[in-house]
Design a protein around this ligand. Structure first.
Ligand code: DGJ
Length: 691
């Protein structure tokens, strides 16, 4: 194999080929299904490409870091200038080195004229590529950077549609499908945190391949897919930078966040499987190992701000009685926090609600053998708080402009050490004094005019400082797990995954809405970190009524929990809840293994979880059936060469009606499903059978 001209990265089922150039940035030649073991590389791209009419005499092909003003007319990976000069970049040299042979590589590109160095780092693990870039100013003056793509990825010419996820508070992960053509597909987020509106990732459907990418960053971002004049597409993802946000002084470097990218011949579920493996490697569990995900109780929708120590102690008793393992006390516990208009920043217990502090409740919870978790929102402050009255200058602001609140709150400038020291010390005191093993870390507003103390945009700095604060807590309290929440799913991404252990998917716990949102979450993230609770009926966010069993069957897709006032539950319902909890506990090793999902016919959707030997399948009938006969459900996640025994799980959670099936039959013809009314679920248990 000619290894001098090409850099080849081979994954389990995919390969990447990069062609080295004598000078300049290496070219993207291939990203797709794994090439044969001893394949020989074809001829260099430019040797096989005659120059078309009205073209540069030296054509510029798609490189791993395309730049503007050198004959590349598509979007460039960099937009930068030096007071209007050095607006065009062209690399005169490329050095490269293996970090791990065949697995990870670094390219270092130098442009002596524009006085910049760019580096691109790629690592392929399994079939997920982690890619990032950095830019160094080697000139004598400031370099203004407007765009630095973390990745510019090549997509096959057969790419047809892009599937992205948008939404809003209470309605996250809404699937959008757009046809790819010759206009640029572009999606941007300028909300300062990951956002409910624009998940920083997507998947692209090509003829025989599905590509996926997601940005590991909890701030502003932009992604675009552009048709190239050789028929391929480029997919760029990077941080959206505010004007003037990145101005590199001589010698300074700007490092992009990472992009995780993958491709699979097994459709969107194949992409999800690769992402789940990659995200699981990024998670940092206490003790380096995830313990079985404990059943949660969260007080929010049951109690809101209406805290009463005696009532919460009774709630803890009821929770422990049905098998709950973690009791999370949500908003409303701290100094004067009777509604959302005040007290953020004053991180000590409200003496009216908790005359002896939080210890009596926390100790009671722990004595019942449950973990005690506490809600905080460190990055925020209410103007009506002791903290703001003492330090009005601590918030992100622009001199001369009014402070604009959202949910009555302002954002603290985390890039200031005195701010993070205060937050760390006040919350660490609670963690040190009380048996707290879990924090639910909320963030309930977008950043608007995020000016720092120097009057410059502080979006990037804010995200880095937030990560730093998470890590400071993690270092000081390594046993404490953290749930990332931002009004539900406003901060879910592969960046914060390295600092937290669970996401609150959405403030909407309506099971019909959740059954539509959760597959979007699971497209990028594994199920064990997806907070999914049984809520009340009627649902607080939508007013819809749903049966208890349906709500529970939808909550089963993720990290299972309960969010209503258990004390008010009748004995029959309490017993039913205890049965669901027992079933979750028995099944969580499968529920939190490999998952896939799909749509059947006539309003049916399915969710499968488990492994090659044993799995659970949950079939949901979302709308009233219109067919006389229930359609069979095809199960593409199986092995067509194997056989499976499948049983239905009955009302008592016992397997019944076992039938032996052939894998290929289940994949192509499908499994019969019993009649179901709308908003009902049926669970099946499958296991491999050796004939
Ligand atoms: C928004 C979260 O998403 C809710 O679950 C709850 O924690 C509230 N904030 C509390 O203010």
């Amino acid at each position: 194999m000619n290894t001098e001209k090409y850099v080849v990265l081979n994954g389990t089922d995919s390969s990447l080929v990069i062609e080295l150039m004598e000078a300049g940035a290496p070219l993207w030649r291939y990203w797709g299904q794994r090439l044969g073991e001893n394949f020989s590389l074809g001829s260099p791209l430019l040797e096989t490409r005659p120059t078309p009419g009205f073209s540069m005499d030296e054509t510029v092909a798609f490189s791993i870091f395309p730049t503007f003003g050198n004959g590349w007319f598509a979007h460039s990976a960099l937009l930068a200038h030096r007071a209007g000069r050095d607006f065009a970049q062209d690399f005169d040299s490329c050095e490269w080195e293996w970090i791990e042979i065949g697995k990870s590589v670094r390219f270092l590109l130098t442009d002596k004229v524009a006085a910049i160095k760019a580096s691109v780092m790629m690592a392929l693990d399994g079939d997920t590529l982690t890619i990032s870039s950095s830019l160094q100013n080697i000139g004598d003056d400031i370099l203004d950077v407007q765009w630095l793509a973390a990745a510019a990825l090549p997509l096959a010419a057969t790419s047809r549609s892009v599937h992205s996820f948008s939404g809003k508070h209470n309605s996250e992960f809404q699937h959008q499908s757009d046809t790819l053509g010759r206009a640029i597909w572009r999606k941007e987020n300028r909300r300062g945190l990951t956002s409910h509106d624009a998940f920083p990732g997507a998947y692209v459907q090509a003829e025989a391949m599905t590509y996926g990418a997601q940005f590991a960053w909890s701030g502003n971002h932009a992604q675009m897919i552009e048709w190239l004049d050789d028929g391929r597409y480029q997919w760029q993802i990077g941080e959206w930078l505010a004007p003037g946000e990145v101005r590199l002084a001589p010698g300074e470097t700007f490092q992009s966040p990472e992009v995780l990218a993958t491709c699979s011949t097994n459709g969107h579920n194949g992409v999800a499987k690769n992402f789940h493996a990659a995200i699981r490697k990024r998670l940092k569990w206490p003790g380096d190992e995830m313990k079985p995900r404990p059943v949660h109780l969260n007080t929010w929708e049951g109690y809101y701000f209406d805290h009463d120590q005696t009532a919460l102690i009774a709630l803890a008793d009821a929770a422990s009685g049905v098998g709950i393992e973690r009791f999370v006390m949500d908003d409303g516990w701290f100094n004067g926090r009777d509604d959302d208009s005040r007290a953020l920043g004053d991180w000590w217990a409200d003496t009216g609600k908790y005359p002896d502090g939080l210890a009596p409740l926390a100790d009671h919870v722990v004595a019942l053998d449950m973990e005690f978790g506490l809600w905080v929102e460190p990055e925020m402050v209410n103007p009506d708080s002791e903290l703001f009255r003492a330090h009005p200058d601590w918030v992100l602001q622009i001199e001369g402009r009014p402070l604009k609140t959202a949910r009555n709150q302002l954002v603290l400038d985390l890039s200031r050490d005195e701010v993070t020291d205060y937050l760390f010390e006040s919350i660490a005191k609670l963690l040190g004094d009380l048996p707290i093993s879990y924090l639910k870390w909320d963030h309930n507003r977008d950043l608007s005019a995020a000016g720092g103390a120097d009057g410059r945009p502080s979006y990037h700095k804010q995200v880095e400082a937030a990560y730093g604060l998470f890590d400071r807590f993690r270092r000081a309290f390594p046993e404490v797990e953290i749930e990332a929440c931002a009004g539900g799913g406003g901060r879910i991404d592969a960046g914060i995954v390295q600092h937290a252990h669970r996401f609150w998917t959405s403030d909407c716990i309506d099971a019909v809405s959740r059954a539509q949102m959760q597959p979007g979450f699971l497209q990028f993230m594994p199920p064990e970190i997806m907070g999914s609770h049984i809520g009340t009926s009627p649902t607080h966010s939508t007013g819809r009524l749903q049966s208890f069993d349906f709500r529970a069957a939808v909550a089963l897709q993720g990290h299972f929990g309960v969010e209503f006032d258990l004390v008010k539950l009748g004995e029959k319902e309490k017993a039913r809840l205890a049965e669901w909890i027992a079933f979750y506990k028995k099944s969580r090793h499968l529920l939190h293994d490999e998952v896939s999902s799909g749509k059947g016919d006539d309003g049916m959707i399915w969710h499968a979880a488990g492994n090659a030997e044993e799995w659970l399948l949950i079939v949901y009938q979302m709308t009233p059936v219109t067919h006389r006969h229930m359609p069979s459900v095809r199960l593409p996640f199986l092995d067509r060469e194997r056989h499976y025994n499948i049983s239905r799980i009955d009302q008592e959670f016992k397997p019944v009606d076992r039938i032996l099936f052939d894998g290929s039959w289940l994949m192509e013809v499908g499994m019969p499903v019993p009649p179901m009314m709308a908003e009902r679920a049926t669970i099946f248990h499958g296991c491999r059978h050796e004939l």
